[in-house]
Design a protein around this ligand. Structure first.
Ligand code: DSN
Length: 426
């Protein structure tokens, strides 16, 4: 009988997958990633993500596990919790949610009964599926009512949000977005929640890194519960987390486990600890400032080239480009950009006349390119690539841009994409 191989080369054990992985590595290396919800995790984060913690079952929490053998898992998870609390000045942290949706579901379980009324941002105006979309668990289990942005300014209308809250008397108000380029006034949201006796939840998935880096006001002093993902601007492993006031700690913990998850992904939890450690370093604040400066520079450059920027600019890591003046829809634009080596996603713009499958906009984010080392002076070049791609007449023109993108990226060799295994072992 031959023993199952447990050592060495992925290329020998599974050449098919090794080849797919090599192709993906090359794709990441040679294209400009402008998707606002993505980033490049550090080698240290990926090392722990792919570590032997994946072998362990650990249902429960540090010191209270269902299975034996969790001494070191407990140490890793306790470290992640302590660092998350320190990073965000939070009273309590749960680092087990597998992703942002599970974090939001747990926050709802901890604060609501089925059928309760919740006020959140409309998906079509920048919210999220889990903020009450009718086809999502949130919209099926709870009675969501929605707010949006003003038609003229394309920014949140807090007076209107307050009027809806007074009318609908929600038990929970959700602030936070996936496609909103402006600072969110969490203090005002708190005041509105207090006016109607609601709890306040903030989904800071997109801006968690900016908050950690001190370039967006923190929701933590104002919200009862804050959810986030660790892989977007925060630049950690794929996953979710929840912060809350001590008063909600037990409810949040039991909502995550045993409420909706089983065994936690402890390799991801340990990698979250590494990401929080990185975010606590002084250079992380410099990085987050650069993300925002790059975004403002890129938006300004696209505006100068003749594109319309929703709300006239950006305060954070993303902006929305209205493609209407260019005679393209979002799908056509992202297809053209991809051929030119620029990776981004179509996005609805406020009051979009097109369906989500087409959309009138593109969402552009700068977390990835900033990790890669590009600065404000490179943003004019990136903007030009994108603009040229959008107006390119044919495939030949797009492939010419792709060659230029590749040449530019040769100057940014992406050390964070260093393979974890030496080439001969792969
Ligand atoms: N899919 C994420 C985004 O791109 O914003 C939200 O979950």
């Amino acid at each position: 009988m031959t023993a199952v191989r447990s050592d060495g080369a992925l290329a020998q054990i599974d050449p098919e997958l090794a080849s797919i992985l090599a192709d993906e590595e090359e794709r990441q290396r040679s294209s400009l990633a402008l998707i606002a919800s993505e980033n490049y995790a550090s080698v240290a984060v990926r090392q722990v993500s792919g570590s032997i913690f994946t072998n362990k079952y650990a249902e429960g929490y540090p010191g209270k596990r269902y299975y034996a053998g969790n001494q070191w898992v407990d140490s890793a998870e306790a470290l992640a919790i302590e660092r998350a609390k320190r990073l965000f000045s939070a009273e309590h942290a749960n680092v087990q949610p597998h992703a942002g949706s599970q974090a939001n579901m747990a926050a709802y379980f901890a604060t609501l009964n089925i059928g309760d009324t919740v006020l959140a941002m409309e998906l079509a105006q920048g919210g999220h599926l889990t903020h009450g979309a009718s086809f999502n668990f949130s919209g099926k289990l709870y009675r969501f009512v929605h707010y949006g942005v003003r038609r003229d300014t394309e920014v949140l209308d807090y007076d209107e949000i307050e009027a809806i809250a007074r009318r609908e008397k929600p038990k929970l108000i959700v602030a936070g977005a996936t496609a909103y380029p402006r600072i969110i006034d969490f203090e005002r949201f708190r005041a509105i929640a207090d006016t109607v006796g609601a709890r306040l939840m903030v989904d800071m998935a997109h801006i968690a890194g900016l908050v950690a880096g001190g370039v967006h006001p923190s929701p933590v002093p104002h919200a009862d519960v804050v959810t986030f993902t660790t892989h977007k601007t925060l630049r950690g492993p794929r996953g979710g987390a929840i912060l809350c006031r001590q008063e909600l700690a037990r409810k949040v913990d039991s909502a995550v486990f045993p409420g909706l998850q089983g065994g936690p992904l402890e390799h991801a939890v340990a990698a979250k600890a590494v990401a929080f450690h990185e975010a606590l370093q002084p250079e992380y604040r410099v990085y987050q400032r650069q993300v925002v400066s790059n975004c403002q520079a890129l938006a300004a450059h696209m505006g100068r080239l003749g594109a319309r920027i929703v709300s006239g600019g950006t305060d954070n890591h993303l902006f929305l480009l209205d493609l209407t003046p260019l005679g393209l829809d979002g799908q056509q634009a992202s297809d053209k950009a991809e051929l030119a080596g620029l990776i981004l996603n179509k996005n609805l713009i406020p009051f979009d006349p097109l369906p989500p499958t087409r959309a009138s906009g593109l969402r552009v984010g700068t977390a990835c390119v900033t990790t890669r080392g590009l600065g404000e002076s490179d943003m004019a070049q990136v903007g030009e690539f994108l603009f040229r791609a959008l107006v390119a007449p044919d495939e030949e023109a797009l492939l010419a841009i792709r060659a230029d993108v590749r040449a530019m990226l040769d100057d940014f060799p992406a050390p964070f994409l260093t393979p974890l295994m030496p080439a001969e072992a792969r």
